[in-house]
Design a protein around this ligand. Structure first.
Ligand code: GDP
Length: 897
């Protein structure tokens, strides 16, 4: 072997120069360029290095070992936690190619021989070198033999190796390994390789260490070292750094091969995702615990956070005044049929859409083992009202709200008109107030608000809704007429509402006025005037002359003082709907009587089941105003639909709450409607079971305002009797439309308009179909007409009148008639063509008609009392002496109610 340049050497070994330079560098030799000279020594080192490193990968055996342990770690809060640590180790053994090894050994021997020849002259040096070579060969051989033996002992199949040279791949820095003696080239090659591996390892570790908690790592490393302590010298721990995902983070985790490590965390450790992981682990533990209790096997694969409830859930079930069965079941989280079954056991047969009352619902809930919680249906509203009340300021006296009532034509409108000193009702026919409205009058002594109602019916319906808007009732009685039926009705209504009465005896200007008679009649109705020792104030007035009006106003104000009527003008307005209608151009127009607080433009108003912002506000005279305090009536625009007269009004801040309450109210209304309908259906069923055909007067009705419509509806419905019923097929506010005409025609209904007219299309349709539309402006006329219609529907009465009675004195046999009787007419007149009955001892034995009636030989039409006659009964031959022949008549009488 001679000195050569790298290029020459590359050429002689048939390898690219670059590759050879790389090998030279890897072997730790100084040559870096193609021209550099590589000595024969260096060539040998390179050959040895290549021999050593070139065999890597052949005959490789990898052994893995897994150990587990527990580490106690203190977290930032100082608490100690246990962490399960699993360390996996991988060891790789490499078996060199035997042929190559043999060739290497031969080359080596040859080289040694050459070397020996070359250094013959320097005997001492040669002797030393020789000794070194021999020793090295011996140690290597011994070492290889020992390793081979060990391998043979552990893995029988590995024993085939003839002369393994080395088995170590990488070194564990913390493990002290007894190293075999190496040649210089081997040492350098190993060091270079180790340095390279070490560099990679260090880089990875640095990256990991940045994210790891140093203390924990050290502790874990110690543990790893401890486990490594048991390794044999030839075993190299590939990775000695255990990982905890929760401790060192993802970056660290990513820097190592996944299969080489796994840390199972038994406790809740710090780090990213701690909360989630912790909860999950907790759930997992719970699950495991509960499964364990039940003796169930769980595996990693089907673990989940759901724990089947083993204990029955007890719910708090909220129950209003009524609850639908389906809803009740839902609140208890059970099937509807369970609830229905329970109800059946209790003797109630219901369907899931039916509502049951609170008491029954409570029993069901208790039976089912849940907790009934009674709640008010109006909880949300009560809450709103309460909130409004809390914001009220100081109370001060408020004007009284007064309603004038009395019999028709006793002067209610005239009186109100006189008080208002205006001509509002001048054109009104019949003396009934037609529109619901309210007016406030400023007298010298104070303000009085008058509520103008369309009669008692509206008063009743307003009262029935609980809207007690009226403080005082003025009972108008005409001095010349006295107490009349509607006077008595008004008294009943006022009493029922618990409203104090002030009597106004009107028409005192009339000559026929007799106030004492009026007082007498009132006393008979238990309305005892103050001057007679009672408690009812009485004013004698004349709407025409104005006499006594001031006295009446005084009495009203005194009464109101006694009642200590109070309200606050502060806070959200609260009131009552007096009237509501839908105007074509303006939408819903609502009259409101403010009862408390102040109503302002822009306020969010909740009225019945509708809510909206006040867009415009006018007083009773049509003047635009911006706000209204207690007892002031106003008309507002801005509600999306017309509420009902008597609906409560409240100003709210929160639109969401307004919607909530409005929805709850419309739900309640709907429920009521359903109840009513089903009740009606039941009634109808019962009625048809009893009587096959109850004549019914169907009514389709339109009115100008809702108040009148309600009053009319109530009045008409009350007309129904067992024999004839009034059924309002349809009713509404506004003009009569074509669809009303069609409906009236198809349902054979009478079509009535109260203060409204039919539109053009409806008029044409009614002409075409021959449907009669009737218009009214007086409630009582309309009611009377419906009564007439009902009379027409009443079955006519058949009234029987006995016209005459004759007694049989003698019976003749007649060839023509079979039997003929000679009679004496005892009473009345016997008519030939009228129906007869034959009575024997006052019992009817035959009913029919006469065949002939004669007086002597003459056929006559009638025979009067006291005369004799001969007669024959058609189809009856068994006539006897002393029988009575009764002649009678049936009259069909049209009845009225
Ligand atoms: P209402 O039906 O109760 O509203 O009665 P009205 O106010 O329409 O009056 C009925 C009739 O009585 C009308 O013709 C009035 O002119 C008349 N009237 C009302 N008040 C008085 C009064 O004080 N004196 C006289 N002489 N007639 C009156």
């Amino acid at each position: 072997m001679t000195d050569k340049t790298i290029q020459e050497l590359a050429k002689s070994v048939d390898s690219p120069v670059e590759k050879l330079l790389e090998q030279v560098r890897a072997a730790g030799l100084p040559q870096r360029k193609a021209d550099d000279v590589i000595s024969s020594d260096d060539q040998e080192k390179l050959a040895q290095f290549n021999n050593a490193s070139g065999k890597l990968g052949a005959g490789k055996i990898t052994l893995k070992r897994k150990t587990t342990g527990t580490a106690n770690l203190a977290d930032s809060s100082g608490r100690t936690k246990k962490i399960n640590v699993e360390v996996r180790k991988k060891q790789t053994f490499v078996k060199p190619d035997p042929a190559q090894l043999a060739a290497d050994a031969e080359a080596k021997v040859k080289a040694e021989a050459e070397q020996k020849a070359q250094v013959d002259a320097k005997a001492k040096q040669v002797a030393t070198e020789k000794a070194q070579s021999q020793k090295q060969a011996e140690v290597a051989e011994n070492k290889a033999k020992a390793t081979l033996d060990a391998m043979r002992a552990n893995h029988g199949t590995e024993a085939k190796a003839e002369k393994p040279k080395a088995a170590v791949v990488v070194k564990k820095k913390s493990t002290k390994v007894e190293k075999p003696t190496e040649t210089e080239a081997e040492k350098k090659a190993r060091e270079a390789q180790a340095a390279q591996l070490k560099a990679t390892e260090e880089a990875t570790r640095r990256k990991a260490a940045e994210e790891a908690q140093q203390r924990t790592l050290e502790q874990m490393r110690k543990m790893a070292t401890k486990y490594e302590g048991s390794s044999t010298p030839s075993i190299k721990v590939v990775d000695d750094t255990p990982l905890a995902a929760g401790l060192v983070g993802q970056a660290y985790e990513d820097s190592f091969e996944q299969e080489d490590r796994e840390i199972k965390r038994g406790g809740n450790t710090g780090g990213r995702g701690q909360k989630k992981g912790g909860r999950h682990n907790q759930e997992e533990q719970n699950f495991n615990r509960s499964s364990h209790k039940r003796g169930l096997k769980t595996s990693q694969g089907n673990k989940h956070g759901f724990e089947k409830p083993v204990k029955k859930q007890v719910y708090d079930v909220e129950i209003g005044s009524t609850i639908v069965v389906g809803d009740l079941a839902q609140k208890m989280a059970i099937k509807v049929r369970e609830v229905i079954k329970t109800l059946m056991k209790m003797g109630e047969l219901v369907t899931q859409n039916q509502a049951i009352d609170q008491d029954t619902a409570v029993l069901v809930v208790e039976e089912m083992g849940h907790n009934p919680v009674l709640v008010s249906d109006t909880a949300a509203e009560d809450n709103l009202l309460e909130q409004a009340e809390q914001k009220r300021g100081e109370l001060s006296t408020r004007p009284p709200v007064v309603t004038i009532m009395g019999h028709v034509d006793h002067g209610k409108t005239s009186l109100l008109d006189r008080i208002r000193r205006s001509k509002v009702a001048s054109g009104e026919a019949g003396g009934i107030t037609q529109h619901i409205g309210a007016y406030h009058v400023e007298t010298e002594k104070g303000i009085i608000t008058f509520l103008d109602t369309p009669g008692h019916a509206a008063f009743t319906s307003m009262r029935s809704r609980g809207a007690k808007a009226t403080d005082i009732v003025i009972l108008v009685v005409a001095a010349d007429d006295g107490v009349m039926p509607q006077t008595a009705e008004a008294i009943d209504h006022a009493r029922a509402a618990g409203t104090p009465i002030i009597v106004a005896i009107n028409k005192m200007d009339k000559e026929s006025a007799d106030p004492d008679r009026v007082l007498n009649e009132l006393t008979a109705k238990e309305i005892v005037p103050e001057q007679w020792g009672g408690d009812v104030p009485v004013a004698k007035v004349s709407a025409h002359t104005g006499d006594g009006i001031d006295e009446l106003l005084d009495l009203i104000l005194i009464q109101s003082e006694l009642m200590e009527l109070q309200a606050s003008s502060e806070g959200a307005a609260q009131g009552v709907v007096i009237e509501a209608r839908v105007d074509k151009g303006r939408g819903a127009v609502t009259s409101i009587l403010v009862q408390n607080g102040t109503l302002n433009i822009g306020d969010l108003v909740l009225a019945g089941s509708s809510y909206g912002r006040v867009r415009a506000m006018t007083d009773e005279n049509g003047n635009r105003i911006k706000s209204a305090g207690p007892s002031i009536p106003v008309e507002i625009l801005g509600l999306p639909e017309a509420p009902m007269a008597g609906d409560e009004v409240l100003v709210v801040n929160d639109e969401k709450k307004a919607r909530e309450v409005a929805d709850a109210r419309s739900d309640r209304e709907r429920q009521k409607r359903i109840d009513r309908q089903s009740a009606m259906r039941l009634e109808n069923l019962m009625a048809s079971m009893g009587k096959q055909d109850v004549p019914t007067v169907n009514v389709v009705m339109r009115a100008d305002v809702r108040g009148s419509l309600e009053a009319l509806s109530v009045a008409l419905t009350e007309l129904s009797t067992d024999e004839v019923q009034v059924r309002i097929i349809s009713s509404g506010v506004g003009a009569i439309t074509e669809s009303d005409v069609i409906l009236a025609e198809s349902s054979e209904a009478v079509l009535l308009g109260f203060n409204v007219r039919a539109d053009t299309a409806a008029r044409q349709r009614s002409d075409q179909d021959g449907v009669d539309i009737r218009y009214y402006s007086i409630i009582y006329e309309l009611i009377d007409d419906v009564k007439d219609a009902m009379s027409g529907k009443l079955a006519p009465e058949h009234r029987e009148t006995i016209l005459g009675v004759a007694q049989v004195r003698e019976v003749f046999r007649s060839s023509k008639f079979g039997a003929a009787a000679g009679c004496m007419v005892m009473e009345g007149v016997i008519h030939r063509n009228k129906p007869i009955r034959v009575l024997r001892d006052d019992v009817v034995v035959f009913q029919g008609e006469l065949e002939s009636l004669r007086r002597y030989k003459d056929v006559v039409e009638e025979v009067r009392a006291g005369m004799e006659c001969g007669l024959a009964v058609k189809g009856y031959k068994d006539i006897q002496e002393l029988d009575k022949i009764e002649v009678y008549d049936v009259q069909t009488i049209k009845r009225s109610l």
